[in-house]
Design a protein around this ligand. Sequence first.
Ligand code: AMP
Ligand code: GLY
Length: 434
Amino acid sequence: MSVKKQNILLLGAGGRECTLAWKLSNSPLCGNLFIAPGNAGTNSYGTNLPIAVSDFEGMKRACIEHNIDILLPGPEDPLVAGVYDYFKADQTLKHIIVAGPSKEGAQLEGSKAFSKKFMQRHNIPTAAYREFTADSFDEGVAYIDTCPPPIVLKADGLAAGKGVVIAQSIAEAQEAFHAMLRDRQFGEAGSKVVIEQFLDGIELSVFVLTDGSNYVLLPEAKDYKRIGEGDTGLNTGGMGAISPVPFADATFMQQVIDRIIDPTVNGLKAENITYHGFIFFGLIKVNGEAYVIEYNCRMGDPETEVVIPRLENDLIELLLKMQEGRLNEVTVAHSTQAAGAVMLVSGGYPGDYAKGKVMTGFEKVQGSLLFHAGTANSQFPNPNSKEVVTNGGRVIAITSYGKDIKAALAKSYENAAHIEYEGRYYRTDIGWEF
Ligand code: AMP
Ligand code: GLY
């Protein structure tokens, strides 16, 4: 039986979404692909629509107008805000496949306290913790005095990746605690604060796509979060990524499956939490043991830029199997090739940076995939201009395949040098430890 081509609305505007758009558009099952709002790269694979990822009414209009079959939210914000529930509660939208969790399921990412309690209930290894609110402020202050630094403080809610402080002294921890709970540095996201034990180890990202009962394991990845060479300086959205991760050998991954992935998927099911979509496990390996640092209810960025190129299955077929609850019938194939991505960013990022810098050199790139992130087509003075300009902190990811990580990254670096714009910066040491 032939399957009908699927019309898809993909939400987001980053390198992750450009990669997903590339992958979806390569599927024979892809009908019309729309990306909202998209960037100057996504429009090579589909049609960009000027709809914000928070604009549910706008999405509804677009879904009706374009006869959408699948909604794929890239970032967490619409999921945490309840886009799944919005679609399922609307008679005209409820038939649409939403590849993401319900609002309740998205709390795995949307609330650190929720995810910590969930892990405790299901015996999933994670750092020991306590949680505090304005009502228990004094208790929190007394607790911090008993903690050996480094001390990890996390704003409970979404804080655009900035809600985690690793305090090197008790004084610094007290200051951060005060700033979150009393000064509301992160607004409502900091009305509850989780304080947890510092885990000293090496991080990696593991991904599954689940139908609520079964799941398929996607290739694992490691991202490089710091702005500076040798993992120094400020945190960013991610400066590059590699897949596979050499230290994630078969024994370690089996442990991750047994102790973390299975109990998570089974726990969601046992608690009747609706979850059909990606789960991102932010893990840390400490003396050979895996712990969960965080859950995300979506794919990672820039991990997607290496994970999805290494996924050999048809992504639309996986989403259809997800909808039918039949992911147990799927065998996932990971490429035997390695992938390495280097992110080009704007000068000044992650602090202030300029936008609108003209980008050149695309035609010189050979043997790599270009996944646009913060880019736009300049429209002034010519509204039909195809000129590409920078439009964000993280500008473009350059992904390459290779027989190993070194070979993949060598190719990405060769091509990184060709893309030019004022203020261009990238780390030259992605994958440096392998
Ligand atoms: P999160 O937003 O929870 O992913 O935290 C951001 C980053 O802070 C993580 O990627 C880790 O590098 C670091 N981190 C968070 N929690 C811990 C912890 N308990 N121990 C050590 N590092 C942590
Ligand atoms: N690269 C980490 C994230 O997407 O949250």
